[in-house]
Structures are given as structure tokens and as C-alpha cells.
Write a protein that binds this ligand. Sequence first.
Ligand code: PLP
Length: 427
Amino acid sequence: MLDSLPKDKSQKVIPNGYEEKVWKVTASDAAKNCKNYIRDIVDNLVLEPNPEKSLIALSIGDPTVYGNLSPPTETVQAVLEIVAEGKYNGYGPTVGTDDARKAVAKYLSFDGVEYNYKDVILCSGCSSSLDLCITALADPNKGHNIVIPKPGFTIYKTLAESIGVEVRNYNLIPEYDWIVDLAHLEAQIDNNTAAIVINNPSNPCGSVYSEDHLKDILDIAYKYKVPIIADEIYERLVFSETRFVSIAAVNSRVPVLVCGGLAKRFLVPGWRMGWILFNDPIGAFDSEIKKGLICLSQKTIGSNSIVQGALPTILELTPQKFYDDLNDTLYKNAKSAYDIISQINGLTPYMPAGTMYMMIKIEIQCFPQFQTGLDFMQRLMEEESVFCLPGECFGITGFMRIVITVPSEMLSEACERMSGFCKRYYQ
Ligand SMILES: *Cc1c(COP(=O)(O)O)cnc(C)c1O
């Protein structure tokens, strides 16, 4: 058989008029403009932990990594049963099955908000919900921009810039529990603004907005007739006396796309189940956006069928105690870290009202040895093997974010090490 192959494989047959090309496969703009801002910053740091001390990573925004937090047993059981039943192995409607959408509509209908299941689109995680919303609203060919929080979760920027949509930042104010600087938000908006992105409760700030603050944001959106994309992935993940209010509960006249999912509150980020809900009191999305989003959901042919099958059980049978215990554990961790860090000269922690994070300000002028917060954190890693995410990963300097989902002993140990480190360098 081999003998029948042409002897000289380098001999090429080139049709008339065809100019021979060399291989050059170039990436599209969408691929080239797709940036992972956290990786870009972290990869540029020299991170050598102290070999004498065990590494404590307070940087990873995944509550499952240390094994101390597990999803509700009802949730796990529901998935096992759905897999065993074998009825959810096929494709479903790209927006999700009616039963799963009904379950989400019911789960999020509280505080006077009432969703119909037709207001729900299921997606592959909340990131994918955000992707569809930004893509449906913002058009690079029309010079559109979106406005996003600073500090904020970088995926908004990644998603928008990948499709050529400009991003503008509005400030959050640390001194006022990280509320939106409303004047600054207003100053970012122009005729080409396609959406205002808000993230409540906030990653990385841990802040939770009041009803009044949400109304102020809605007023600005109404004034300029700009729809809102509300990232509520941390809905009801709040501490102590804090109450979570969805923007939908106080909205009577602004078209809002509410995004969320199972990842954080159910401790299953890898399951990739997210959703978009239409909170559109005036029907502004009816003519084009609804259809557009349904069509965009066809790009992935829908979200995970197994998790969809289990969704009604997950959302209905998870006992209140599970949610309360998780909030309580996170609150206790946040409080004990806060108590230690507030005693450290040169660091100012901001007690979170919810989420899985806490922001800490590095009073860099107190540490003349270090030029920037990044230098500070690099040395903290080298000497104490404690790693936090620099504020730069969220668009601001002079801060770091710690996760409070790690085991409590580990968190306290990390805070004590920070304390020792700061004592050595504080002036
Ligand atoms: C984790 C996170 C998401 C993404 O959630 P997935 O469902 O895992 O895609 C979205 N927004 C914020 C602010 C987050 O912290």
C-alpha cells in the first residue's frame, strides 16, 4: 500500500493563476481583544511564597476550593436523581425548559416582584447571561459604550471589549460603603450609552445597596433612557441585619435585565447555571431585545440539561437553614478577619455587608519601603506566603481583596501573618 503513495511528496500541483500562500492563521479582533485582566496582572507579579510557611491563597473567588463549604444535600441529591432518570440527556429549548424557567421565576418572585416564566432565559452561568445581555444591547458598529463599576468585576470589560464595545467606569465611594458616585455615573453617560451595569451585592466590595440608593440609580437610568444590566449573582448572600433588595423590587419605569445564577449561593460555580430575567415595567424590551436574547441563546444551544432538570427541586427544596448557615459562616469569617485587620496599623478593612469578599486599603504612605500596593503584596507573599488579589485586578490601586470563604482558622492565620508583616514595615 505504501508503495502506491507518490514518491516525491514535495511536488505540488498548483492550478493556473493560483498564488501559493504560506500558512498564516491570524486571530480575529474578537479573539485578540479578549483579555483576562486578572491573569494579566497576577502573571506579571513575582510571586515566590516563603518555603518555611504554608501558602494561604485568599485570592480565589471559588468557594469550593478548600472543601470547607459544600452545596446543599438536596441540591446534590436532585442532580443524582435526574442523571439516574435519564430523561434529561437531550437538547431542550435554548432558553431552558418551561419547568426550570418556572422554578427560577418563582424563586425570584419576592418583595412584591412577580416574574412570569416567559421572563426567564437560562444561560451557561451568570457570565454567559452577562455576555448575552451586553451583546444584545450594545453595538460596536454604532459606537456604543457601556458604563461599569470601578472597582468592579472585570468580566464586564472582557465581554464588551471583545466585541468592540467601549467601556467607561463609574466610581464607587469607599468612604460611603462603596455606593455609586451618582454624579460620576451621570457624567459617563452619553447618547451612545447602551447600558448601565450595576453589581449588587458587589464583588469585590461586599457592599449591598439600600432601596433608596437603587432608586437613585434608576432615576439616572430613566433620565437618560438607558437600560440597566443588574448583576445580582450574590442576591440574598447578605450578613446579619442587612436586607437584600433586588432592583426589580423598586423599579416601576426602567427596562432592566437582572442576571444571576446558582454559582455562589448554592456553592456550585462549576455547574454553569445562570439566568436572565426581564424586569421591564414599560415593555421597552418587547419589540426587539426579547427576540434578540432568545436568538442569542441559540449560540450555545441552551444551558446544561441535567442542572435544568434538577432546578425545580434545587430551588424549592433547599431549606432556609442552608442559606442562613452559609450567610452566618461568611459573616463570622468576615467579622473575625475585620477585627484583626482593623487593629493593624497601615491597613483599613471595609466590613462587607454581603458576598464572599472583603476589601482592604493599604495605606501605602505608612510603608515607605514599598512604592505601590503591588510591591506591598508581593513582599507579603515572599515573607508570609499570604496571597490576596490586588485592587488593580478590579481597576483601582492601593487596595487588596481577600476571600472570606476559606476555613476560619486559615483566615485568622493569614490575618495574623499580615499583622506581623505590617509591624515590621510600618513607619
Ligand atoms: C462569580 C461572579 C459571576 C459569574 O458567575 P458564574 O455563574 O460562575 O458565571 C458574575 N458576576 C460576579 C460579580 C461574580 O462575582
